[in-house]
Design a protein around this ligand. Structure first.
Ligand code: PA5
Length: 384
């Protein structure tokens, strides 16, 4: 991947990912965390020539139109991602975007495409073969929502010059930690057990993940899909009808203190809150003083915005505790490729463990597949 990425450096200003669900959320989380929420607003010089990244998930025609109008096709590389290679949303986008590329660059369109899909099966693989388009494999044994650390997430990461080696090294550290046979030393096992226990014995079936960092906002969305699609199941592992699963919620501090937190503190006793605290931002961005400042604002100058954010996390945690609400805090030193890889793998493994506690298969998604089949039927696809 690194060699391939290096061979493309400087050729493209934009990367456009076409994908949905597990084929989109990982790339969005990586972009947000490692490049920052304002990456696409920076000019090329401030991006050091590294491309922007747009992830086109939905088939809302207005979004698709506006995105293609904004991007310059001659300077855009399109990464079409679909494990099955046949998801209606992604393939419809592909047909539109392929035409958009061909209108601009003709036969050279294939040089503006890279496909990530099953190594053998599916329509996308057939297209890659027929049109000799560069293609990367999604390992057949890895489901979409667990695929961020495969080519699904790593191809966009490479194109955006992220440190793929460190992402994987961080993931490996999480795997090692999760192999600890001692429960008290195994954070992923404890996370899963406590979330399940909170639901089983305290009816806390809503699991909130609330990072105090804008850079982890998309990470919370990624977690939401992972937890929901893995644990929300009709059948238990013995095949009996059980209808299990917690409802995951994403929130961001301090923003959601002025939105959802009222519900968390005073609403039904049905939630756990997992805070994510990032330690290295606590001393950033000093708040300046002003001569005319009245006594009611005198507490702000001399502090930092990072300290204010951190104080808000502590205050929310204390408010929850005082009202008998359950929370836990994950602390990470910094948001870099290593820590993000570790955090993502931590949650993926915790989801696997939670599947054991909930007694469901966390690796299938029959509800999603049913929706796909009914969409094919509604659109008149042959054989459905
Ligand atoms: O996690 C999953 O399995 C799903 O969310 C899929 O990622 C999503 O449905 C897209 O599927 P595909 O990658 O086959 O296009």
């Amino acid at each position: 991947l690194n060699q391939w990425g290096a061979s493309l450096r400087g050729r493209f200003d934009h990367v456009l990912v076409l994908g949905i669900g597990g084929s989109a959320l990982g790339a969005k989380a990586l972009l947000n965390a490692l490049k920052g929420p304002a990456w696409n607003e920076r000019n090329a010089a401030r991006r050091d020539g590294v491309p922007t990244l747009t992830v086109l998930e939905n088939v809302d025609p207005v979004t698709v139109h506006d995105t293609l109008e904004r991007l310059e096709p001659r300077r855009t590389l399109v990464n079409v991602i679909s494990k099955s290679g046949g998801t209606a949303e992604t393939l419809a986008q592909y047909l539109i975007v392929r035409r958009w590329l061909e209108d601009a660059v003709g036969d050279a369109a294939r040089e503006h495409l890279v496909i990530t899909t099953d190594p053998e099966k599916g329509a996308l693989r057939a297209i890659a073969r027929a049109d000799e388009i560069t293609a990367f494999d999604v390992p057949p044994g890895v489901g979409g929502r667990y695929s961020v650390l495969t080519a699904v997430g790593l191809v966009p990461a490479t194109l955006l010059d992220m440190d793929v080696v460190q992402l994987l090294a961080g993931a490996e550290a999480a795997v090692k930690a999760a192999e600890a046979p001692d429960f008290s030393a195994n954070a992923a096992a404890r996370y899963a057990a406590w979330q399940w226990q909170a639901q089983a014995s305290r009816a806390a079936n809503v699991h909130v993940v609330m990072p105090y960092s804008d850079r982890l906002k998309e990470f919370a969305e990624w977690y939401r899909q992972l937890w929901a699609e893995s644990l929300g199941k009709k059948l238990d592992r013995a095949g009996r009808e059980a209808h299990r699963g917690p409802t995951p919620v994403g929130a961001v501090g301090a923003t959601d203190q002025h939105s959802q937190v009222q519900l968390f503190i005073e609403g039904p006793f049905d939630k756990t809150i997992t805070f994510i605290r990032v330690l290295d931002t606590v001393n950033l961005q000093p708040i300046p003083s002003r001569a005319s400042l009245g006594p009611e604002l005198a507490y702000l100058p001399g502090k930092t915005l990072g300290a204010l954010l951190d104080a808000e996390l502590h205050a929310t945690r204390e408010a929850l505790r005082s009202q008998g609400r359950m929370s836990m805090t994950l602390e990470i030193d910094t948001i870099d490729a290593h820590h993000l890889g570790e955090l993502m793998m931590f949650f993926q493994i915790a989801t696997g463990y939670a599947g054991v506690w909930y007694d469901v298969d966390p690796f299938d998604q029959p509800g999603v597949e049913l929706g796909k089949i009914l969409t094919f039927k509604a659109m008149g696809r042959e054989g459905y």
